[in-house]
Design a protein. Structure first.
Length: 288
């Protein structure tokens, strides 16, 4: 009987001790938001009791890394915001995120962010942390847990244009010259913004009468466009032509496009002013 009583007391003591240790829970509150200078994600933190704690976090990795290893963002760009200030991260060092917060009854909000980095390429990023809940009065660590911070950055692409729709003016004197090549009066610029490797495609959406066969080529681009169509290529109805490719991130990269027209099979051109209806399509370049 005495042995049973002692065993019961030990179990109760162990139960009280386990309840005295706070269990810290961190969870996401919405998806990753992307900005021209970085990304951020809202988080909440709470515990299973009503204790008053200081919360400290320590990065266990030296960089925020995309799952394929292709992008590493140094810790100098990674912060946690406690709704009052940004907390700078140091590898294997604890930084205090909250002082004297009462947990349990109400969650605490915070924001994980990549700041002042620029456009973050699309993909899934991970950074592992250790989290400590420290009793604010006794300054004793009551709980230690781990959390994998994850940013899921979706593909975001946008194209813009400078200059009017390209026009081709076939003069009367040009109309009777066989095999005459007439270029567009202007070379429109197509601007590309993309956080993924990209490919710019041209599609023929002709409508109405056309003077002859259309051709396209690029006559210039920004330095970071790694591939562009430099040979004159005939535009066929219903077919797509790749006119440029580039790597992520693309921030207002541009391609200048020239159009020209020639008589079909040696036929003379029909005089008039012609505007084409080419359609530009921006896609993620998956290397296929």
């Amino acid at each position: 009987m005495k042995k049973l009583l002692v065993t019961t007391l030990l179990i109760l003591a162990g139960s009280f001790l386990s309840k005295a240790d706070a269990m810290i829970v961190v969870d996401y509150l919405g998806p990753t938001a992307s900005y021209p200078t970085g990304v951020e994600r809202n988080l909440i933190i709470n515990s299973d009791d009503n204790g008053e704690y200081d919360i400290a976090i320590r990065p266990l990795d030296d960089a925020l890394t995309r799952t394929d290893g292709g992008v590493r963002i140094p810790l100098e760009y990674v912060y946690f915001n406690n709704t009052h200030e940004d907390i700078y991260m140091r590898y294997q060092e604890f930084s205090t995120l909250f002082n004297r917060v009462t947990m349990g009854g109400m969650t605490q909000s915070m924001v994980a962010k990549v700041r002042n980095y620029g456009v973050v390429p699309a993909g899934v990023y991970n950074l592992n942390f250790e989290i400590q809940a420290i009793d604010s009065d006794a300054q004793v660590v009551k709980s230690t847990s781990h959390f994998n911070l994850q940013f899921v950055v979706p593909v975001e692409q946008k194209i813009g244009f400078h200059s009017q729709r390209p026009k081709i003016n076939v003069d009367v004197k040009d109309a009777f010259a066989k095999n005459k090549k007439i270029s567009s009066e202007n070379s429109p610029q197509v601007f590309v913004n993309s956080n993924a490797d990209w490919v710019l495609v041209l599609r023929n959406d002709f409508s109405g009468e056309q003077p002859g066969d259309y051709y396209v080529r690029t006559v210039g681009s920004s330095a970071n466009v790694r591939e562009r169509l430099q040979e004159r290529t005939r535009i066929e109805e219903g077919k797509e032509i790749v006119i440029a490719k580039g790597k992520a991130p693309a921030n207002n990269e541009y391609v200048s496009v020239e159009y020209s027209v020639e008589g079909r099979n040696g036929e003379i051109l029909k005089p008039g002013n012609y505007a084409n209806n080419m359609r530009y399509i921006l896609r993620e370049d998956r290397g296929q």
